[in-house]
Design a binder for this molecule. Structure first.
Ligand code: WT7
Length: 652
């Protein structure tokens, strides 16, 4: 049977993939059930519906408070607090505890650079490095509550920098190193960072990226920044601002190896992470220490069945929430060994990842549909060169996984032995919400059900739960890793997530719940693109385009793309004195790259004379998209300029 036939059968039959019994019996979740006298999965979900009880039980096993809490949760919609009154710091659980236990000499991180250099850091190594940097930050005047912006690639100093901030109660704001100088500048200014931590450069596809130069461009207009700490990675010379810039290695040279961890309130902020929304400006999502620690550690321990013998590889970038939660905090709290890889997945050859898995005996792999589709394109020959038999579970995140990619992943990477954990969550949720457990029967393409202790539903426009029909994905009660707000913007927080339905969190995704209660997430409901598993605001790309001197107006839509999920497609109206040309197209692409980072560069740019708009002047992206995809555009009589729709088809 060919691959294609296989898949159509799969869709027709609605095949279900059941976990092997011998696997199930040894899982963390099954052992927890046995301990609590719970006989089956249904009973587990039912018991955990008593969520305050459940989170109390779970937190006992995962974290240590300096001082106990008086109440598990306080829910004053739309604001939540967890573990009220507890004194806490996530770094105690992520590091301090292990450095003084049998895990002291256990490897926390196996780092492999793109050129092939390897560095292993034990929990004790990490502890010392974090303490030294934490003491140095204090010396630079960083205090509890101050913001530190971190602009670093995938090197061990990135988690060290994050943990050093957390240790002293400072708030880190990590910006993905693939973002441009200007995107970094906006984020530095929004959070008013006092210190920036960056590095000279890093390796990507055999070439160097000069990050310090980008940092300097960003800081030309960032008045809050007093110091820049520069970590040495490539060893190249860098531009230098005396008095402001300081080398990491000089700074920590004589710093003390011990640093007291700041005893915070469990609800004090741990970090901000910026994410795209429907309007131009990215939102600074706030996460706090206590609840986030419990939620991330629980989900990793149960969903990926994390054991001390595992080698965990979350192949995301730490600059996104996936890396924050599942490369830094959760695996460290659980005392795991994790792989960090600096470079491109297909460098020098398309089997780099499989080489890494074989070399370090990776047991748990967590990646995205977009990466899986990339490897599918290269073909299974590259996979077959390597022994991947160490793998025992696989994971997926970022966008709905199409059944074809699911089956390929299951067959060729997991050798039909490993269940696939398709985890639905967001920057705002902090940790997995809808996800299978390793004991859950799987349907390819469905993230299955909300985990025990968590609750989701699908509502129609009237706010009624619906089954087997598309609707709004909502979360119906708070969860430990829930965002605590948007930095400096409570109105936007309330409006974005809490205004459509009363006291219910609006995720912004469209989903369907089937007859078994399985969720099928279909994509974003708002005008946000999903490019390679990451949210990019249409309006952000549009404002980047409009910031070019020759552009008058722009509309950006997503077109389905076989690798990336969505391809960014831009329709551009030029100013009167400008003429369309191939050069200008290239220039605009680069311009967006400079403004936002390569990930946001449009795949297609089309020149038009006008864009369809409502009478109030709003660009009708939905209409443009339908027209661009050759679909029915529906009733356009309410548009201010219905003739502009024809422009889309005529675009050059
Ligand atoms: C959006 C969140 C969570 C880390 C990566 C992205 C989409 C995420 C899935 C999944 C279907 C998914 C949703 C969500 N998404 N995981 N397993 N199945 N869709 O974080 O940038 O905050 O994006 O990614 O649309 O709302 P993010």
């Amino acid at each position: 049977m060919s691959k294609e036939e296989n898949i159509s059968v799969l869709l027709d039959e609605k095949r279900v993939f059941k976990p092997r019994e011998e696997f199930v019996v040894q899982t963390n979740v099954k052992q927890w059930m046995d301990k609590h006298g719970i006989k089956n999965a249904d009973e587990l979900y039912e018991k955990a519906d008593n969520w305050e009880w459940f989170w109390e039980e779970i937190s006992k096993e995962l974290v240590e408070w300096y001082e106990p809490y008086s109440k598990v949760v306080e829910w004053n919609p739309p604001y939540v607090k967890w573990f009220i009154g507890a004194k806490y710091n996530i770094v105690h659980d992520a590091l301090d505890r292990h450095a003084h236990s049998w895990r002291k000499n256990k490897v926390a991180y196996i780092f492999e650079g793109e050129p092939g250099d390897v560095k292993k850091l034990t929990y004790y190594d990490l502890y010392i490095e974090v303490n030294k940097l934490a003491n140095s930050l204090k010396k630079l005047g960083v205090k509890k509550g101050d913001r530190v912006a971190i602009y670093m690639p995938m090197i061990p100093e990135l988690p060290i920098a994050m943990l050093a901030c957390a240790k002293i109660g400072a708030i880190h704001s990590v910006v993905f190193s693939g973002f441009s100088a200007l995107a970094f500048r906006d984020r530095v200014n929004d959070c008013e960072a006092k210190v920036v931590i960056t590095c000279d450069g890093f390796w990507r596809r055999g070439r160097k990226v000069y990050l310090k130069e980008q940092t300097d461009v960003a800081l030309e207009d960032a008045p809050s920044v007093e110091h820049v700490i520069v970590c040495k990675r490539t060893g190249d010379g860098v531009p230098w601002t005396p008095g402001r810039d300081v080398w990491w290695h000089d700074l920590v040279f004589d710093a003390s190896k011990e640093c007291e961890t700041e005893r915070l309130d469990a609800n004090d902020p741990l970090f901000f992470l910026y994410t795209s929304g429907t309007t131009g400006k990215p939102k600074g999502i706030i996460h706090a220490h206590g609840g986030y620690a419990v939620g991330t550690a629980y989900t990793l321990k149960w969903v990926f069945d994390m054991k001390d013998t595992d080698v965990w590889w979350c192949a995301a970038d730490i600059g996104w929430i996936t890396g924050h939660s599942y490369i830094v905090y959760a695996p460290l709290i659980l005392g795991a060994t994790s792989v960090i890889y600096e470079g491109a997945p297909n460098y020098p050859e398309p089997d780099r990842w499989w080489q890494i898995i074989e070399k370090y005996n990776v047991t748990l792999l967590y990646t995205s549909p977009t990466s899986i589709r990339l490897f599918m394109k290269y073909g299974e020959e590259w996979v077959k060169k390597h022994d991947l038999s160490s793998l025992r579970l696989l994971g997926s995140v970022g966008e709905p996984i199409n059944p074809e990619a699911w089956i390929w992943y299951y067959k060729h990477i997991g050798n039909e032995r490993c269940q696939i954990m398709d985890t639905w969550w967001q920057t705002e949720t902090g940790h997995f919400i809808i996800s299978p457990l390793p004991i859950t029967p799987l349907k390819p393409g469905s993230a299955t059900k909300p985990l025990p202790g968590l609750a989701a539903d699908v509502y129609n426009e009237q706010g009624e739960p619906v089954q087997n029909a598309g609707g709004n994905l909502v979360l119906t009660h708070p969860w430990p890793g829930m965002l605590r707000g948007i930095y400096k913007n409570p109105e936007r927080y309330e409006k974005t997530y809490w205004s459509k339905f009363k006291n219910v969190y609006l995720a912004g995704d469209v989903a369907r719940k089937d007859e078994d209660g399985y969720f099928w997430v279909q994509g974003r409901a708002d005008d946000v693109l999903n490019v390679s598993g990451h949210r990019i605001g249409n309006s952000e790309v549009e404002s980047a385009l409009v910031s070019h001197p020759l552009v008058a107006e722009a509309a950006v839509i997503g077109k389905p793309h076989s690798l990336k999920g969505e391809a960014i497609t831009a329709y551009v109206v030029l100013k009167k004195d400008a003429a369309p040309s191939e050069e200008l197209r290239k220039e605009l692409r680069e311009h967006v790259g400079n403004e936002m980072g390569k990930i946001a560069r449009p795949d297609e740019i089309w020149f038009v004379n006008d864009l369809p708009k409502t009478r109030s002047g709003k660009i009708m992206r939905r209409v443009i998209r339908s027209k661009a995809l050759g679909q029915d555009v529906g009733d356009i009589s309410t548009l201010a300029n219905p003739e502009a729709v024809k422009e889309i088809a005529r675009a050059k």
